[in-house]
Design a protein around this ligand. Structure first.
Ligand code: FMN
Length: 201
């Protein structure tokens, strides 16, 4: 059951040496490809990284996080600002339909927002295959504006153009130690309300 996976999944940052098969990697990437998006814009690119050279570069970009370097594979998730025009969505003159009319920040937020769905789909699909993961958001990019020179180098290396933003990295690998079962989350009633914030469901 997907709810059991959601309950048991934890971010994992220590991996064994066991490799993930290409078949499983394809299954995970396919789940990302099939994710929903605003008017089906699919404003993402997914780059599978297996080489140590690129893992090391991406670890440096993510402020030296060791699990980026030590993961068996990474999926670099790219938010693609070009996609709205390519999908014909920029022809709409209503900002509620066309994020290009929501200002530069609005377009950026909407494009980044779409990437959340493939990331979630891939993370849960990996989990269903017994493969652990961690989402990496602490990186240099157009949003954080840190490590600008390194970010430029990474973009060149991964073939990103100036309208493509490295949004998120997913680390993938087999957990090297048992994952603790506890989940630290706000209480149900703190998060969920009926009709109005404060009214419990
Ligand atoms: C958008 C986003 C960015 C994240 N960035 C990082 C990160 O850079 N490094 C890291 O180790 N974990 C990162 N995480 C993982 C969170 O720390 C983790 O999901 C959270 O603490 C809850 O723990 P759990 O995933 O084990 O349930 C990120 C998670 C999300 C959703």
């Amino acid at each position: 059951m997907i709810t059991d996976l959601i309950k048991s999944r934890k971010s994992v940052r220590k991996y064994s040496d066991k490799h993930i098969s290409d078949e499983d990697l394809k299954t995970i990437l396919e789940a990302g490809r099939l994710a929903p998006s605003w008017m089906n814009v699919q404003s993402w690119k997914l780059i599978l990284v297996k080489s140590q050279e690129n893992k090391d570069l991406l670890s440096e970009l993510s402020i030296g996080q060791q699990h980026v370097k030590n993961a068996d594979a990474l999926i670099v998730c790219v938010a693609d600002l070009n996609a709205w025009e390519e999908a014909g969505i920029t022809k709409f003159d209503n900002p509620a339909l066309n994020p290009a009319l929501q200002g530069e920040n609005g377009l950026l937020i909407r494009t980044m927002e779409q990437v959340i769905y493939p990331v979630s789909y891939m993370m849960l699909t990996a989990e269903s295959l017994g493969i652990s993961s961690c989402i990496i958001g602490a990186i240099g990019n157009e949003i954080t504006e840190i490590n600008k020179d390194l970010y430029k180098k990474v973009k060149d290396k991964l073939g990103l153009n100036d309208k493509q933003i490295l949004s998120t990295i997913i680390t993938l690998g087999y957990a090297s130690e048992p994952t603790p079962a506890n989940k630290t989350r706000k209480d149900f009633d703190e998060v969920v309300s009926l009709e109005k914030i404060g009214n419990n469901f």
